[in-house]
Design a protein around this ligand. Structure first.
Ligand code: VGL
Ligand code: ZN
Length: 198
């Protein structure tokens, strides 16, 4: 496992926060245990990136009412993150900056996607802003974070996984840890916020 001793932010870095939405938080329809604990850490990352005028990208699961991933349509999940509902809103505890880019994903009724890159313009947007290295945190470690990190690496971005700002569904015990192993062996580098040199 590659661990950076310290990382300094530079010009071609960007922050990508995955799916920190009410339905994935306590009280939500697909609540991820412990997810609330990552929000203060993400807020510190937001402050760091915005203080250096580095771009912040925020993805959201944004499903139509009868999305194929829902149990009542034969899918694997309870109804969650229906576009325009409270459950799909970003947590009000997340201190989103004045400017950020929203990436809506899994918006087609007949197709589920976990990656913030799939069927979105995220890769183009990142290239447009000359992003080379992506710092990725959010929800959930074993689904949308995993697929997003894997795609980011496939697209040629360097990936820093914010290991203290992710939380897993863990349908099976250990899913989150397996996902972390998979991301690291694919080339992501794990980072703890204390390792950042501002
Ligand atoms: C997610 C399950 C279903 C996620 C989205 O954001 O990780 N998980 N839809
Ligand atoms: Zn979903």
């Amino acid at each position: 496992m590659t661990q950076p001793a310290h990382i300094k932010l530079h010009q071609h870095d960007a922050l990508l926060i995955v799916d920190v939405q009410n339905d994935f938080l306590p009280g939500g329809s697909l609540a991820v245990a412990g997810a609330e604990a990552i929000i203060p850490v993400l807020n510190r990352y937001i402050d760091l990136f915005t203080s250096l005028s580095l771009p912040v990208f925020v993805s959201r699961d944004w499903h139509p009412v009868h999305h194929c991933s829902f149990f009542n349509s034969g899918g694997d999940w309870p109804v969650h993150c229906v576009a325009g509902t409270d459950g799909a809103e970003f947590s009000s505890l997340l201190n989103l900056p004045q400017q950020f880019f929203v990436i809506s994903k899994a918006t087609h009724e007949e197709k589920d996607v976990y990656s913030a890159f799939e069927d979105t313009n995220l890769a183009n947007l990142l290239r447009q802003y000359n992003v080379e290295r992506l710092f990725i945190g959010g929800l959930a470690t074993d689904y949308c974070v995993l697929y997003t990190v894997q795609d980011a690496l496939k697209y040629g971005f360097s990936v820093i996984l914010l290991s203290d700002a992710i939380s897993a569904v863990n349908i099976s015990a250990g899913d989150g840890n397996k996902a972390i192993e998979a991301m690291l062996s694919a080339g992501a580098v794990a980072l703890h916020i204390s390792e950042i040199i501002p």
